[in-house]
Design a protein around this ligand. Structure first.
Ligand code: CP3
Length: 656
């Protein structure tokens, strides 16, 4: 069943396929349906070292002691004949086979026999399981196999169910003829690479076109089996048909989708039509396992032509349109105040988490759903871009994050400017945005983010957090030329970080100039503002851009001039006064003091209402904290705050 309204497409998803003989073909098909193929051969037929069973079978066949020969695969036909031609002529073989009843499973097997001139009396066609073989024989023998000696061409693993069923129907003897075995592909490198990408969460869809692929993935991939299994179970697993599905299930995996057609082309077509919806349902199911309040987690099967998130409260407020209730999300809504996050972090280091698009997307989505926010913010970090610039990041040492080596001089800046960043430096971040967008309910917008040049520069120069920013200011004041070049370089890099996320599916971006509040207004105007203009000027005009900083009470008008369609307010200003200063042509975001979340529910309500009243029902207010959620914040209070904002603002809007 494919979605009739939208052309089937994987929409840029990476799709794993382990097809061996038709690797190139399946890759082309995945591409044709909008996916990025990660195709690797997983198996190869190898002749048996001991082929005595084939010759024993042939002797009995020539003696007329075999009534039925079942060929299970086309390759089996070819390999058996090739082996026996060492002793018999092809003519002799065809004649002997034709004297028996020949059954064939699958159209390729029928074709292989036909090309030899052997007539197939029992054709077992789709879906090509052992059951079709039995019913094809039933058609010839009327369901009674008693007294027959039946030879079964085996390949790889013997099919015990077939053998048992033949015996149950009264066959006198079943002669097993193993013809070849499955072995590792010539080069297991590509298979191992695909497995690594699956384990690190880069690939959200896996296609299986036969049973051996699953087995070999576990056998030859050089990945920890449990990790691989867990990662695969987070993917959408598509199976070409029942036999393949059985093997998938035997390996402890769940089949999300089984094709109705058993042909590769239709399989990929169907999978492309279903993958996104299945992924969304799967991610939301895993998010709502920990979520009592995930009322928004309903998946819509049909993609509407205008994405629902464009008409969400958050996007409307960004555009200063009227809403039914004030939208609310919280900076650092995913983080250490959450038990679930702490548990995950106990297993996965922070940087690894950021670089695993699958996990990062899950953290993003589950945080937003769990607290009932009106937007999700991608789980990542402002400093990630420093890595491809050649810096090392350390989030584990207390008091950080730490950046090394520090920029110590104008000469260091000069060296940095020569580092060209590849466009793919933060691919994992863009993938995480893509994964999160697919997994989110359609009505929930996704916010991307980037640091601002000054705040990022402060980490690169100070080597970590700072109170005085004296090194940063020293460079800024003593070498304006180097500073300008440095800031321009960062502005361009950060614009590409933001744009990459918008392209990957983020609806809006927030630019964090967290520490710019340490600057005097004149210095801001001279040394920061022009570069903020460069940054905001490089963003698409139709994506809302939120411009946020801490302690920026003295800079608000200048930040507005620098850019952004929404200004983020910290809690040290009063929202109504700040909005007055900014003028009516921007929306504002903020600004509850984060520490209020440690107080009782009455205080939280009172303080939230105070801010809602300051906004006074004007279109264009997005409720948020004045800075990020603090680590020890009681989890329940966060969800309570969001509910309070919705209820209290909706009541005021209804009452006019
Ligand atoms: O808001 C969200 O939920 C999205 C995730 C997000 C993180 N960092 C995750 C994170 C966002 C938007 C950021 C932005 C960020 N990172 C900023 C600007 C926001 C602000 O606070 O003004 C800054 C300055 C950074 C740099 C950074 N990264 C700091 C100062 C820290 C340490 C502070 C802390 O909370 O530990 C980080 C690490 C970090 N970034 C964590 C998270 C969840 C904690 C890492 C952990 O799990 O140990």
């Amino acid at each position: 069943m494919t979605d009739s309204k939208a052309a089937p497409s994987f929409e840029g998803l990476k799709v794993a396929a382990l097809e061996s003989r038709r690797t190139a073909e399946i890759a082309t098909l995945i591409e044709r349906f909008g996916g990025i193929p990660r195709a690797a051969p997983s198996m190869r037929e190898a002749p048996l070292e001991d082929d005595s069973a084939i010759f024993r079978f042939a002797e009995r066949l020539f003696a007329g002691a075999i009534d039925v020969v079942i060929f299970m695969t086309g390759v089996g036909v070819t390999m058996m004949i090739e082996t026996l031609e060492r002793r018999y002529s092809r003519g002799q073989l065809v004649q002997a086979l034709s004297a028996a009843t020949v059954a064939a499973r699958g159209s390729k097997t029928v074709r292989a026999l036909a090309s030899l001139g052997v007539t197939v009396k029992a054709k077992a066609l789709e879906p090509n399981t052992w059951r079709e073989v039995v019913s094809a024989l039933d058609g010839v023998y009327d369901g009674r196999l008693s007294g027959l000696t039946i030879a079964v061409q085996e390949y790889g693993e013997p099919n015990e169910q077939l053998v048992e069923e033949l015996a149950r129907r009264g066959a006198k003897e079943i002669v097993r003829v193993p013809v070849y075995r499955w072995t590792a592909p010539e080069d297991v490198g590509p298979l191992a690479a695909v497995a690594r990408e699956i384990v690190s969460g880069q690939i959200p869809v896996a296609l299986f076109t036969n049973a051996v692929q699953v087995k070999h993935l576990f056998e030859f991939a050089d990945a920890k089996k449990e990790e691989l299994r867990a990662a695969l179970n987070r993917c959408v697993i598509c199976s070409v048909g029942p036999s393949c599905s059985e093997a998938i299930v035997q390996h402890g995996l769940a089949v999300d989708f089984e094709s109705a057609s058993h042909k590769m082309g239709s399989f990929i077509h169907e999978a492309a039509g279903r993958a996104l919806e299945l992924l969304r349902v799967k991610r939301q199911a895993s998010a709502s396992r920990v979520t009592a309040t995930a009322s928004t987690a309903t998946a819509s099967a049909v993609e509407p032509s205008r994405p629902e998130y464009l008409d969400s409260r958050f996007m409307k407020a960004c555009r200063r349109e009227p809403v039914d209730a004030t939208p609310v999300w919280l900076m650092r809504q995913a983080g250490r105040y959450q038990r679930q996050y702490r548990e995950l972090r106990a297993r996965v280091p922070f940087l690894e988490l950021c670089k695993n698009p699958d996990l990062a997307a899950e953290v993003t989505v589950s945080a937003a759903l769990q607290i009932g926010a009106d937007a999700a913010i991608i789980f990542a970090d402002l400093l990630l871009i420093a890595e491809p610039m050649g810096f090392r990041l350390d989030y584990d040492r207390p008091g950080g994050p730490w950046v090394s080596p520090r920029i110590e001089s104008a000469a260091d800046v000069g060296k940095l400017l020569r580092i060209e960043q590849g466009a793919d430096a933060l691919d994992y971040l863009f993938d995480a945005v893509r994964h999160a967008r697919w997994a989110l309910p359609r009505a929930l917008p996704l916010i991307g983010f980037a640091g601002a040049p000054f705040t990022l520069a402060s980490y690169l120069i100070e080597g970590g957090p700072s109170k005085s920013f004296r090194r940063t200011k020293a460079l800024m004041l003593s070498d304006p030329g180097a500073w300008r070049a440095f800031m321009d370089y960062l502005a361009r890099a950060l614009a590409s970080v933001a744009n990459g996320q918008i392209k990957a599916g983020a609806q809006a971006v927030q630019v964090f100039d967290s520490w710019v509040g340490c600057l005097a207004p004149d210095d801001y105007c001279q040394s920061v503002l022009p570069h903020m203009k460069t940054l905001f000027g490089s963003l698409p005009p139709d994506a809302p851009a939120i411009h946020f900083g801490v302690g920026t009470g003295a800079l608000l008008e200048k930040m507005r001039e620098a850019g952004g369609s929404t200004i983020g307010l910290d809690f040290r200003v009063q929202l109504d006064e700040a909005w007055q200063r900014l003028g009516p042509r921007v929306s504002v975001q903020g600004n509850l003091e984060p520490a209020v979340l440690f107080a009782g529910i009455d205080t939280i309500r009172q303080r939230a209402v105070r801010i809602i009243d300051q906004a006074g029902g004007r279109a264009g207010h997005i409720f948020n904290l004045g800075h990020g959620v603090l680590p020890e914040t009681p989890e329940g209070n966060v969800a309570d705050l969001i509910k309070i904002v919705h209820d209290e603002s909706a009541r005021r809007i209804t009452n006019g």
